[in-house]
Design a protein around this ligand. Sequence first.
Ligand code: PLP
Length: 379
Amino acid sequence: MIYFDNNATTQIAPQVFEAMKPFLTDFYGNPSSAYTFGRETRQIVEKSRQQLASLIGAKEPNEIIFTSCGTESDNWAILGAIEANPEKKHIITTQVEHEAIRKVCERLEKKGHEITWLEVDEQGQLNLDELKTSLRPDTAIVSIMLANNETGILFPVKEIAEIIKANSDALFHVDGVNAVGKIPINLQETAIDLFSLSGHKFHAPKGIGALYLREGIKLPSFFTGGGQESGRRAGTEAVHQIVGLGTAAEMVKETEQKVSILRDKLEDFILQNISNTQLNGTSDRQKRLPNTSSIAFSNLNGEAILAKLNDIGVCVSTGSACNAENHVTSAVLRAMNIPYTEAMGTIRFSLGRFNTNEEVDFVIESLPKIVWELRQLAL
Ligand code: PLP
């Protein structure tokens, strides 16, 4: 199998798995227990917190709170900010956020909150003047992603943070789920208040994520139970998952950044050699993740390309969702005004640390024929 869907999830790195194992078997102590067996697991939890803090440039490890996933972190940031500031009814976000933000904002909108949904242009970029003029005294929180999961487009969150802080009292949350592990992040250099991440996007297991809360920021907790009083999320910590996350964080720094070479090779080949293909969003590689290419194969059905690639063992994803009645293109591509015939034919290739040059070569050899055959059928 050739796995080019690393923005959906990633394989657990072998070293991560090895590091987790003892905490699934021998070292099963509860980190809150007072005896040595428990305290040893507390130490490893704190070491993992430190490893993660170091990866994202947090000032203090206790700015990190472990959660179950990126969705929980995102939901908590928004709902917590709203509950902590009941007099503020306004939220600013973008039209291209992941469902983990979009759906929670839609729900709040139905309950009477006012949401400003910032638009993007065809390049996938925000208009920062529009952001500035949208800020209000009753804006509770601004939530803007760092890297778009579908297109890989990066938003300038450092600059955005400065605009927000210079013009309002709003909290600034960044969904960093698809950026962590792919680009360097240093939160100390920014005025970001809250930052979400998720382990399974960078070779840690599923079921573990984190929310960074800048020193001094407190959000109400939505679970009540043990541990909460010490500033954690309530509940017994999943030590093995946390160790996996810490180890994966440590490994990011050690990993050679070869993924952009492979991505560039694949992207350049497709755009230069397969007719009627376009990159969705900016072609400026400085403004995109190094691993992602969202490419439109005009007038083809992305689902058909996906199926053909699947037949030869290649995993990718599409820019559309099909059901028996209709074809719905992705909200992200619609927000970018990508025409229907291109959005329908969009494939997202998202490469990762374990991909090889041979795998890219295999796809480069196979894809032109697949596209040619599908175009013949469409004639
Ligand atoms: N935010 C972004 C940008 C994502 O890409 C994802 C997952 O695809 C999430 C949030 C949700 O993360 P999780 O799958 O850990 O809940």
